[in-house]
Design a protein around this ligand. Structure first.
Ligand code: AGP
Length: 607
C-alpha cells in the first residue's frame, strides 16, 4: 500500500526520494509525489502514474537537502494528481505525506473549513497539514503532536515546514514507520527497502511514537512528549536482495530462488540427533508445548493457504486439532479463546491490517499468539508472543511465491517438533527430516520444467475461466494456484476441492473451461482420478500435475506437468511450483504488469 520516504543530509534530496519511491513501488500504488525544502519554501511535485512519470516532470534544478516522498494507493478520493501526496496547508509552508486512514476526517474538515481553511483534494489525509498549521506556533514537533491528539484512525506520517529547514517530523499509529540512522544523514521510511541503499542501521517506531530528525540527530517521544529510548537494529540483508539479478521481473526471480529460500528457512531448525524440529523463537518450554490442546492459524490470502496446509499437517502428524481461519473473519467473530490453545498469525509482510487486528483481538482475550513472519521487525513480529521468521528474504513482487514455500517449511518443522513430542517415532522422525532436507533439490528439479510450462501457458492463456482442483493437502495448493493466476493474469480461476466439484461447480465445465488437477501419487490419487474422469466426461480439458511416470493420468489428461516423486506429505512444495510458473507465463503472454498487478498492494495495511 502507500509508501513513505524522507531524507535529511548533505546530498541532493531529489534523486534520493525518487530512488526510494522506486524501491517502494512493490507495495502497490497509483500516484506519487515529492516535497523538497528549498531556500525558504517547499516545492511539491506530484502526479498519477508510475515513478518514471513523476521523474519526467520533476524540474532538473529541483535541489535541496531535506524532503519527503510518497506513493499513494487510493482509498479516499479518486486517482488524481490533486489527491496524490504530499498535501500542503493553505500557506504552502507545510507538506505532509500520510499512510493510513483518518477516520474522523469529515468532522475535522468541517471544523477547519469553518475557520477558513481551504481544501484542495478529496482525501482524508489533507486534514493533517491544515490541522498542523492550525496548531503551529514556531515548533513543528509540538504542532504535529497537538494535531495527532485530535485524530482518530491510523497513520504513518512525515511532515516538513519551510520555516524549519533540515527537519522532518514523523509519527506512527497503525501504519509502520522506520528511522534510518546514517552517518551525517537520516532517513525515514514506511519500510526499510526505501533506505537500504543508504544505511543498515534502523529504529522501528511503535504506535503512538513521534520522531523529530535532522541530519545528525533523531529524538523519539510519545504523544505526551515523554522521551522514548529505542534500540538501533541492523538490517541483515543487502541491496542485491531487492534487485532483479538478470530476471525479467521480481516474481520470476522469486520463483526461481525457492530452492535457496526454503533451505534458508530450514537452516538450523532441524535437529538430526533427536530427529526433530528446533524453533527457539516460539519462547515456549517443552512442557508448555506439551500442554497445547488446540492450534488455530489466522492469516490472509496466500498466507492463509499456507496455514491450511499447516493445520492439515499438524493434525495429521501431531494429532492436535488444528484449523486455519481468515483473519478478516476472525476479527469480527466473537471467537472462543481457550487457555490451552495457541494461535499462529501467518504473514509475509507482518503488517497486514486484518491479521494484525485479529491478533490484537486474540491477545486482548488472553490468547498466546505466535507469529510466522518474513519481514524482520514488522509490527506483527514485534507484537506477537514469540514466533518464527521465515527468512525467505525480501519478497518484492506483489504475488507471493517464495514466502509461501517458506511458510510451509516452518509448518513442516513445527509439525515435526510437535509430532516427535507425541506419537512419532525416532525412525519416522529421521525419515521426515531427510525428506524435508531434500525438498530444495526437488524444487530445483521442478523448476527445470520452465520451458514446458511456458509452452502450456502459450496454449492456454486466452482461456477465460479455469478450475484448480485438488484434495487433502493439495486442496489449499489448488486455492493458491487459482489465486496466483487471477491476481497476475486477471484470468478468472476457481480453486476447489476436487471432491466438492460435483456439488455445484461442475456446472461450469465445458470444452472452453480447463481444469488444472493436482493428482500426485498419494493415498487420494485414485479418488482424484475419478474426479478427472467426471470432468472428462463433460468435455472439460484437463491439465494434470502428476507424479513422473503416472501413465494412467497421462493417458486421460490433455496435458501433463510431471513432478518428481516425494513422500506424500511433501507434495505441496512440489506442486505449487508449476502453478506459480503457469500463472507467471500466462501473465507474461497477456502483457500484464507481473510485479505490480492492477488494484493490488503488497502489504494491505487497511481493512
Ligand atoms: C498473495 O499473492 C497476495 N498478494 C495476498 O493474498 C497476500 O498473501 C495477503 O495480502 C496476505 O499478506 P501477508 O502475508 O503479508 O499478511
Amino acid at each position: 500500500m502507500c509508501g513513505i520516504v524522507g531524507y535529511c543530509g548533505p546530498k541532493n534530496v531529489t534523486p534520493i526520494l525518487l530512488d526510494g519511491l522506486k524501491r517502494l513501488e512493490y507495495r502497490g500504488y497509483d500516484s506519487a509525489g515529492i516535497a523538497v525544502q528549498t531556500e525558504n519554501s517547499i516545492k511539491v511535485v506530484k502526479r498519477t502514474g508510475k515513478i518514471q512519470d513523476l521523474r519526467a516532470i520533476v524540474p532538473a534544478n529541483l535541489e535541496g537537502h531535506c524532503g519527503i516522498g510518497h506513493t499513494r494507493w487510493a482509498t479516499h478520493g479518486g486517482v488524481t494528481d490533486i489527491n496524490a501526496h504530499p498535501h500542503q496547508d493553505s500557506s504552502g509552508k507545510i507538506a505532509v505525506v500520510h499512510n493510513g486512514i483518518i477516520e474522523n476526517y469529515t468532522a475535522l474538515k468541517a471544523s477547519l473549513e469553518k475557520q477558513g481553511f481551504r481544501f484542495a483534494s478529496e482525501t482524508d489525509s489533507e486534514v493533517l497539514p491544515h490541522l498542523i498549521a492550525y496548531y503551529y506556533q514556531g515548533d513543528l514537533e509540538k504542532a504535529v503532536r497537538q494535531a495527532l491528539k485530535q485524530v482518530k484512525g491510523t497513520y504513518g506520517i512525515a511532515v516538513i515546514h519551510s520555516d524549519e529547514p533540515g527537519r522532518i517530523v514523523g509519527a506512527r499509529y497503525g501504519s509502520p514507520l522506520v528511522v534510518g540512522v546514517g552517518d551525517g544523514e537520516m532517513l525515514l521510511g514506511s519500510d526499510v527497502t526505501a533506505m537500504i541503499a543508504h544505511t543498515k542501521q534502523v529504529v522501528y517506531l511503535e504506535d503512538g511514537e513521534l520522531v523529530s530528525l535532522t541530519k545528525d540527530t533523531y529524538t523519539i517521544t510519545d504523544l505526551n512528549d515523554q522521551q522514548v529510548d529505542k534500540q538501533v537494529d541492523e538490517i541483515q540483508w543487502d541491496l542485491e536482495a531487492i534487485e532483479k539479478e538478470g530476471f525479467a521481473c521480481f516474481m520470476e526471480k522469486e520463483i526461481f530462488e525457492q530452492p535457496e529460500s526454503i533451505a534458508r528457512t530450514l537452516s538450523g531448525r532441524l535437529d538430526p540427533e533427536y530427529t526433530t524440529g528446533k524453533l527457539g523463537g516460539l519462547n515456549m518450554t517443552s512442557r508448555e508445548l506439551l500442554g497445547i490442546r488446540r492450534i488455530k492459524i489466522v492469516a490472509a490470502g496466500t498466507s492463509w493457504h499456507a496455514g491450511l496446509v499447516g493445520a492439515y499437517l499438524i493434525e495429521t502428524l501431531a494429532r492436535i486439532p488444528a484449523s486455519a481461519e481468515l483473519s478478516s473473519e476472525l476479527r469480527y467473530r466473537n471467537s472462543v479463546v481457550e487457555p490451552d490453545t495457541i494461535y499462529f498469525a501467518v504473514t509475509q509482510s507482518g503488517e497486514t491490517a486484518d491479521t494484525l487486528y485479529a491478533m490484537r483481538e486474540l491477545k486482548r482475550k488472553g490468547a498466546r499468539v505466535l507469529g510466522i513472519c518474513n519481514v524482520v521487525g514488522s509490527t506483527i513480529a514485534r507484537e506477537s508472543d514469540g514466533g518464527v521468521y521465515t527468512h525467505a528474504g525480501p519478497e518484492i513482487a506483489v504475488a507471493s511465491t517464495k514466502a509461501f514455500t517458506s511458510q510451509l517449511a516452518v509448518f513442516y518443522v513445527f509439525a515435526l517438533l510437535m509430532a516427535r513430542m507425541r506419537d512419532m517415532s525416532v525412525s519416522a522422525g529421521q525419515r521426515f527430516v531427510k525428506e524435508l532436507q531434500g525438498i530444495p533439490e526437488k524444487v530445483r528439479e521442478v523448476l527445470k520444467q520452465r520451458d514446458h510450462i511456458q509452452a502450456l501457458a502459450k496454449k492456454y492463456y486466452k482461456v477465460r475461466d479455469f478450475l484448480f482442483l485438488g484434495r487433502g493437502l493439495e486442496y489449499p495448493v489448488a486455492l493458491e494456484g487459482a489465486l496466483k493466476l487471477k491476481e497476475i493474469s486477471y484470468i478468472h480461476a476457481e480453486g476447489y476441492s476436487a471432491g466438492e466439484i460435483k456439488h455445484g461447480p461442475i456446472a461450469l465445465v465445458n470444452e472452453d473451461t480447463p481444469s488444472v488437477f493436482l493428482v500426485p501419487q498419494d493415498s487420494l490419487r485414485d479418488k482424484v482420478l475419478s474426479n478427472i474422469k467426471e470432468i472428462k466426461a463433460r468435455k472439460g480439458p484437463i491439465i494434470a500435475v502428476c507424479t513422473e511416470g503416472d501413465a494412467e493420468v497421462a493417458a486421460i489428461a490433455d496435458d501433463i506437468i510431471p513432478v518428481p516423486q516425494v513422500d506424500e506429505l511433501f507434495y505441496p512444495f512440489i506442486l505449487i511450483i508449476p502453478l506459480q510458473l503457469f500463472a507467471y507465463f500466462c501473465a507474461l503472454e497477456l502483457g500484464r504488469d507481473v510485479d505490480q498487478p492492477r488494484n493490488l498492494a503488497k502489504s494491505v495495511t487497511v481493512e
